[in-house]
Design a protein around this ligand. Structure first.
Ligand SMILES: C[S@@+](CC[C@H](N)C(=O)[O-])C[C@H]1O[C@@H](n2cnc3c(N)ncnc32)[C@H](O)[C@@H]1O
Length: 361
């Protein structure tokens, strides 16, 4: 069972994911360089085959794919397959609407063909040696399967943020080990699947939310979610047993963890050359707006909408059915928004975008 059913659909993710676009845009120059260095498709292929993995409803993925097609068109007129993958439960209807707004193709260059694929990033998605370029943005931080290990005193596999302390909230180093191992295994599966699918010389751009020495993309976001859930437990609006069993199914890696499978696993080391690997603290549109306006309400609302777009499906699936109050989910997000308005400094948010560009050997 995957760990999420996808993002909040019906256009909500598209409308509340400028932050993810900023995190992937930071690495577009690498893709420009990668496309210029791609080997010509073999004569039996007759097309460029590009795949984006974890595309959600598609607004960000289609925007990036358009850029990639523009770049490849500078060097070649060959047809392009633009493929978009996500979990089968994703809102693919919205993706197709985005691909053909007003019945005209969003990927407007000539000879571009689109298709969507339902399947997990951690398994095989296309036939062997068929892809020239694979990309993934803000997706592979979700575990392949729900972690079995528990964290009774926090909701994320990470040491709690020292900037947002709360009594009783703690995670020990040994509690983190099963999560770190699972995240490593997931990445091994991801890289192995792409190694099978890429042609020799093909490129893989892998980008995801992560952490650096001082900041984690989980800081702020997961603190406000954790605080709201604990407030509800303390007010008897949620059972403590729910809180103790709930782990948000994402892992915020650092750049060494992103590269570890390629450096440590002989089969993967033989499959790839690392061209670039970097983490960046990227601009966050709602923080930039807050810095210029000082408008806390707008900042809090945008922050919560961004958080809600990827956390609500996870939370909805995890909440017990028979809660004492109706509409608990709505109230949890209202509580989070209140917390942000009252304590913006406690929930400061940085987007640490980590990425690598690899060449299939
Ligand atoms: C935060 S969204 C990112 C969407 C888009 N790539 C972007 O950067 O805006 C994460 C996406 O990853 C998808 N996802 C999560 N686990 C996945 C898996 N195992 N295989 C494929 N997609 C997955 C989710 O369904 C969701 O659509």
């Amino acid at each position: 069972m995957p760990t999420t059913t996808g993002m909040k659909g019906g256009g909500y993710y598209d409308a509340n994911s400028k932050e993810q676009r900023s995190a992937s845009d930071a690495f577009l120059p690498w893709l420009e360089e990668a496309i210029a260095a791609l080997p010509e498709p073999a004569s039996h292929q007759q097309s460029w085959n590009f795949l984006d993995i974890g595309s959600s409803e598609g607004a960000n993925a289609i925007y990036t794919m358009n850029r990639l097609v523009e770049i490849v068109r500078r060097q070649s007129d060959l047809p392009v397959w633009a493929l978009f993958d996500d979990l089968p439960t994703n809102d693919f209807n919205q993706m197709f609407l985005n691909l053909f707004p007003a019945s005209t193709p969003a990927l407007s260059a000539t000879d571009v063909y689109t298709a969507a694929i339902g399947g997990s990033a951690f398994g095989r998605l296309v036939p062997p040696q068929s892809l020239h370029l694979a990309t993934t943005f803000n997706a592979i931080g979700f575990y392949e399967t729900r972690p079995a290990a528990r964290l009774p005193h926090f909701i994320l596999a990470m040491h709690p943020n020292p900037g947002a302390p709360r009594e009783g909230v703690e995670v020990s180093t040994s509690e983190l080990i099963p999560f770190q191992k699972q995240a490593h295994q997931d990445l091994c599966h991801f890289y192995a699947a792409r190694a099978a699918e890429l042609v020799p010389g093909g490129k893989l751009l892998v980008q995801v939310f992560g952490r650096n020495e001082t900041q984690s993309t989980g800081h702020g976001l997961m603190d406000v979610l954790n605080d709201a859930l604990l407030d509800f437990v303390e007010a008897d609006m949620l059972p403590r047993s729910f809180y103790e069993a709930f782990v948000f199914p994402a892992y915020y890696r650092n750049i060494d963890e992103l590269m570890a499978p390629i450096r440590e696993e002989p089969e993967l080391a033989a499959a790839y050359r690392i061209e670039h690997a970097e983490s960046r603290d990227v601009p966050v549109p709602f923080n930039t707006a807050f810095a210029s306006t000082g408008d806390r309400e707008t900042w809090s609302h945008s922050y919560i909408s961004f958080l809600r777009a990827f956390s609500e499906p996870v939370l909805t699936a995890a909440l017990p059915q028979d809660l004492p109050q109706e509409n608990t989910i709505e109230k949890i997000y209202q509580r989070m928004e209140r917390l942000l308005i009252d304590h913006p400094e406690r929930y400061e948010f940085h987007f640490i975008s980590i990425a690598a560009l690899l060449t299939r050997l």
